[in-house]
Design a protein around this ligand. Structure first.
Ligand SMILES: Cc1ncc(COP(=O)(O)O)c(C=O)c1O
Length: 413
């Protein structure tokens, strides 16, 4: 006989609150006060953003780190550095924040969605290859949920076709892929410092680059095309037109403070996330992310697939029961593949035009259900669990016990 579920009146696994994430402390305050005391929050004339860029590029071992206002702007800066022709196609995943895709459209390019692998939710290299055309200008590989995509295969395909690769590391700070930091394997890496991320300052972003020409263009692109790269002395000389995504000294100051905790945050997340996955391993119908030797997972959140065919209940009912056990299971993150959002289905971007979706084509690119079948299947099964750095081992054990209790109940009924 399985235990009575809390949802049916049984005793919940957990009644205490889980720990909250503590974001700020005295070091943030000290850094911010220094900015106020300096009477300058404009980064070109300040020290904080420059210092953060220096430390971030050192940490990643790259020649350039270009800060901006968000993860979205960091991707916009990366595409702007490549400078693709309007109407070019950029291949990416439809399981991401719209911030991966909006900059493609803002650069007058067309998002092309490749399918994912069911076990990791990361891009399927075979489908990337199938989607390459003579209009393809770049690939954006999102390291989904904190686990790097299969960069060996993605780089081999990109190299064979002469395509640059942008790694979207918004969810995978300081995460290694076979010994190399995600973000340094492709041509550029981008980061979000929005408040849910491992390193955060409320909102912010950074693009890292290890190429002189791309690095110079990114540095100029982030500030309306204003080129002061020759001697780093600020002046209004416009090399080309770009957006304005200058980070403020306040963000730079908080990032410097937060940087001191980043290694601890990432290692805690990795350890606790791995522990949770070990504890639920082998439960029929409950699938933690598949792992590959040498590829770390830093668990921005933990994706778990709930297989109705095995458990006899779907993810919705399963999650309601887990929630009743006091375990903070959440939804499938973005709800539906990005190509199924009203904005992309309706190609709503610039006025009443179809731009850029019809640029240089007889018919606009169309998005529709069925475009990425594996992603659609995976998302229909997906639930997530946010285990953060302030959880203890016992909190993780409770989470796993909640999953196990619910699964065992449905498996036995
Ligand atoms: C994978 C991914 N890419 C891009 C972004 C966009 O970042 P931001 O919200 O900082 O613009 C996010 C934000 O959650 C993300 O998760």
């Amino acid at each position: 006989m399985s235990e009575t579920l809390a949802i049916d009146g049984g005793t919940p696994i957990r009644t205490d609150e889980f720990p909250q994430r503590t974001l700020f402390g005295p070091e943030d305050e000290r850094q911010l006060l220094e900015v106020l005391d300096s009477q300058n929050a404009f980064f070109p004339l300040g020290t904080k953003v420059h210092e953060f860029e220096r430390r971030w590029s050192e940490l990643y071992g790259v020649s350039h780190a270009v800060c901006s206002t968000s993860g979205t702007s960091a991707i916009h800066v990366a595409i702007g550095a490549i400078n693709p022709e309007p109407g070019s196609e950029i291949i990416t995943t439809a399981l991401s924040d719209m911030g991966t895709v909006a900059p493609i459209i803002q650069c007058n390019c067309i998002p092309v969605f490749a399918d994912v692998q069911l076990g990791t939710f990361n891009l399927d290299p075979d489908d990337i290859e199938r989607k390459i055309t003579d209009k393809t200008a770049a690939i954006i590989a999102v390291h989904c949920f904190g686990q790097p995509a299969d960069m060996d295969r993605i780089m081999a395909i990109a190299d064979a076709h002469g395509l640059p690769v942008i790694e979207d590391c918004a969810q995978a700070h300081l995460t290694r892929h076979k010994g190399r930091l995600a973000g340094t394997i492709g041509d550029m890496g981008t980061f979000s410092f929005q408040d849910s991320k491992h390193l955060q300052c409320g909102d912010g972003g950074c693009t890292i680059i290890n190429d002189e020409e791309l690095g110079r263009r990114a540095t100029v692109y982030v500030d309306k095309g204003c080129d002061w790269t020759a001697d780093r002395k600020y002046r209004l000389h416009y090399a080309f037109i770009g957006p304005c995504y200058r980070m403020t000294e306040f963000q730079g100051a908080v990032l410097l403070a937060q940087l001191q905790r980043l290694e601890w945050i990432v290692s805690q997340r990795q350890r606790l996330g791995d522990l949770f996955c070990e504890l639920i391993a082998g439960i029929p119908g409950v699938h933690p992310p598949e792992r590959t030797e040498g590829i770390e997972h830093s668990y921005w959140t933990t994706p778990i697939r709930i297989d109705e065919d095995v458990l006899g209940v779907g993810p919705e009912q399963f999650a309601e029961a887990v929630l009743a056990e006091g375990i903070p299971i959440a939804g499938n993150w973005i709800g539906k593949p990005l190509y199924m959002t009203d904005a992309l289905l309706g190609r709503i971007a610039y006025g009443s035009s179809d731009l850029p979706f019809d640029y240089g084509r007889d018919q606009p690119v169309e998005y529709h259900a069925g475009l990425c079948p594996t992603l659609e299947l995976g998302m229909s099964q997906l639930r997530t669990l946010r285990i953060h750095e302030h959880f203890g081992d016992d909190d993780v054990r409770d989470c796993a016990a909640g999953f196990r209790k619910v699964a065992e109940h449905y498996l036995s009924s």
